[in-house]
Design a protein around this ligand. Sequence first.
Ligand SMILES: Nc1ncnc2c1ncn2[C@@H]1O[C@H](COP(=O)(O)OP(=O)(O)O)[C@@H](O)[C@H]1O
Ligand SMILES: [Mg+2]
Length: 248
Amino acid sequence: MEILEGRNLRKTYKLSRKNTVEALKGVEISIGQGEMVAIMGPSGSGKSTLMHILGLLHAPDPNHGPAPELFLAGQNVAALSDNDRTKLRARRMGFVFQDFNLVPTLTAIENVLLACDYAGIKGGAAKTAALEALGLVGLADRANHKPSELSGGEQQRVAIARALVNKPEIILADEPTGNLDSERSAEVLALLRQFNREHGQTIVLVTHDSEVGEACDRIIRMRDGRIRDHGLQASARALGGQPVAASA
Ligand SMILES: Nc1ncnc2c1ncn2[C@@H]1O[C@H](COP(=O)(O)OP(=O)(O)O)[C@@H](O)[C@H]1O
Ligand SMILES: [Mg+2]
């Protein structure tokens, strides 16, 4: 079953009246439930723009070419209001970013609690969930530390705890290991893989690191605002099978 399916996804940024950047030029993408997929491609090829659309942070452009479609577990979400998109995102998605995006003045647990608040988890239940999430990433004993008192790898684990606290079906990670050395990067990757295996969470991550990409079930390759290769699932790779087609 597909958990995310997009068609005709376009995004043009207007820099001025005459100056525009076509960041996505009509993308079709299909992500299976429980897949762990890497998106790779040169800088500027539209990876982050695509992640923002898949993560319901931004809507695809409505207005040129065939209408965009974006299905989240079968529901067409391409034309939802900002408000409805925000609600769906808070309930069903978790985000991890390259620069961790933690609030520097808040402790680890307070950072995770922010995401609880956003997902409508309050009071004692929020505290329990936040501590549990920090426990899952091995940082229960760092709950009261501020980001500046944590290493880069630990900060990224706090960010992962924050992404997991609402038990999202989908985790979207934009270069989650981009600021980590290879050892920390392997730890973060192992953690994501663990959640994928144990909880069946679908994971889409952008990476420049081919080792990270190879550790995923499939690599989608982008270039110049388009997907140029949908990749082979690991099982299909082993059998020398056909590429996964974006479903028609
Ligand atoms: N907010 C923005 N305003 C204007 N142009 C943007 C914006 N975000 C991205 N772009 C441009 O869109 C293209 C794709 O960017 P992006 O999706 O960030 O690519 P990637 O993540 O693959 O590096 C690039 O040319 C980039 O400069
Ligand atoms: Mg990017």
